[in-house]
Design a protein around this ligand. Structure first.
Ligand code: G3P
Ligand code: MG
Length: 415
């Protein structure tokens, strides 16, 4: 028996499930006897609401992660959070959990933007989210060479937002002069939203301006807008910037007792304004990564495989099952349930009750299992794997959605 299997078996024997498990109707590779298996399980952990809540570690988080480290079970963090480099974010999480973690295990909401470097590296991009220079620094760390923030635009074009009483001092101090071209113009090729925008009024106004502009030039308006002989009545038909979102979450779990609005809510606000101004119910040239999109699960799986190959020796078992442990049914659970692994991995979902999902309520997307917290999730997965009997504590009958519209084209993101 592989040493990892032996250690997992020992762990499983000491664990008592707190809820009854119902045999799965779906045959699984875990139905092989444990000593005949050559593969392993792996984990993808959501962070907010699973491992931490705001700055505080959640009960069982440190124990769950350190147990996997001892067992040599590969895992990654798959979060819709961001706003920092992967190195900075993993350092913060490691400190909060009092563990050693690697940035190579870390997929944030905007990590897939790294794959946009070949096409946008030398273009002017507008980045939204964060405060002061934080998003510019992350974007530059990824390799983007010409990065602007809304504060930069404000500094050069102070009239873009008329209700600046509360924010003008901030934008003046946070922004820097933009580089105009030889005609005195600024052209933005893409808008990348990295985390929740802070000054919604200015950001919404400026995004709308660019969506209605001629080829993304600031302070222009397209003559094609409203032309009924063109597709979409001429809107989005004039080389306007592409928009890249990285977090569809409408809400997220913080230390506040009620969920707080997240980037998806900002997009909904823009969508509402766009609809009322153009009559169109979709924003043109937009793509979205982040859970639950296929693009992010592809990126996560790629990261997991690379990490497993790096940290484990040659006879390490290959990954057969990935458990996505999350607190948000619409994000973590829907994404894992919908994802079809190109490598043939089986993705299962475990919903915890320590974040967005409220115990006793019925989640909109049914996970493979529901448990109290991350430690119970890990114990359950190990028990399921080592008993050689794949079991479901719930039926997996979530509403599958077509994620193609939410997903960056694979040729843009897949290496
Ligand atoms: O949507 C906000 C974000 O912080 C949620 O993070 O770790 O729950 O995906 P996470
Ligand atoms: Mg979460």
């Amino acid at each position: 028996m592989h040493s990892q299997h032996r250690l997992m078996l020992e762990r499983a024997q000491s664990y008592q499930l707190s809820r009854p498990m119902i045999p799965s109707r779906v045959p699984s590779p875990t139905s092989l006897p444990v000593d005949e298996r050559t593969g392993t399980i792996a984990f993808a952990f959501d962070i907010d609401g699973v491992l931490v809540r705001s700055k505080d570690p959640l009960p069982g988080a440190t124990e769950a992660i350190s147990m996997l480290q001892k067992l040599g079970v590969p895992f990654i963090f798959l979060t819709n959070g961001g706003g920092k480099t992967e190195e900075d974010h993993v350092t913060l999480l490691a400190k909060r959990l009092e563990l050693e973690l690697s940035a190579e295990q870390f997929v944030q909401a905007h990590t897939p933007f790294r794959d946009l470097i070949p096409q946008l590296q030398h273009k002017n991009v507008l980045v939204l989210g964060g405060t002061y220079d934080s998003m510019r620094l992350v974007a530059e760390d990824y390799g983007f060479k010409h990065v602007y923030t809304t504060s930069d635009i404000y500094r050069s074009f102070p009239n873009i937002y008329p209700f600046d009483e509360l924010t003008s001092e901030y934008h003046k101090s946070a922004g820097r002069e933009v580089e105009l071209d030889s005609a005195g113009m600024l052209q933005i090729s893409a808008i990348l939203i990295w985390s929740s925008p802070r000054d919604w009024g200015t950001d919404l106004q400026f995004m709308l301006d660019l969506l209605l502009s001629h080829q993304g030039f600031v302070n222009t308006i397209s003559s094609l807008n409203g032309n009924k002989s063109l597709p979409n009545n001429g809107y989005g038909q004039d080389g306007q910037p592409s928009i890249y979102w990285c977090n569809p979450d409408l809400t997220w779990a913080t230390s506040h007792p009620l969920p707080r609005v997240a980037q998806g809510s900002f997009r909904a606000a823009l969508q509402g304004i766009w609809l009322s101004q153009t009559g169109l119910d979709h924003i043109p040239n937009e793509t979205t990564v982040g859970k639950p999109t296929k693009a992010t699960y592809l990126y996560g799986e790629k990261t997991l495989v690379a990490y497993n190959n790096k940290v484990n020796d040659e006879d390490t078992p290959q990954i057969e099952i990935v458990y996505m442990v999350g607190d948000n049914p619409a994000s973590d659970i829907q994404g894992a349930n919908s994802f079809v692994s190109p490598r043939g991995f089986e993705w299962k979902s475990i919903l915890v009750e320590s974040g967005v999902h409220v115990a006793g309520t019925s989640p909109a997307h049914s996970p493979t299992h529901i448990v109290a917290d991350v430690l119970e999730a890990v114990n359950l997965a190990i028990a399921e794997w080592t008993t050689g009997n794949c079991q479901n504590s719930l039926s997996k009958s979530s509403t599958l959605v077509d994620l193609t519209e939410l997903t960056i084209k694979e040729e843009e993101l897949e290496k």
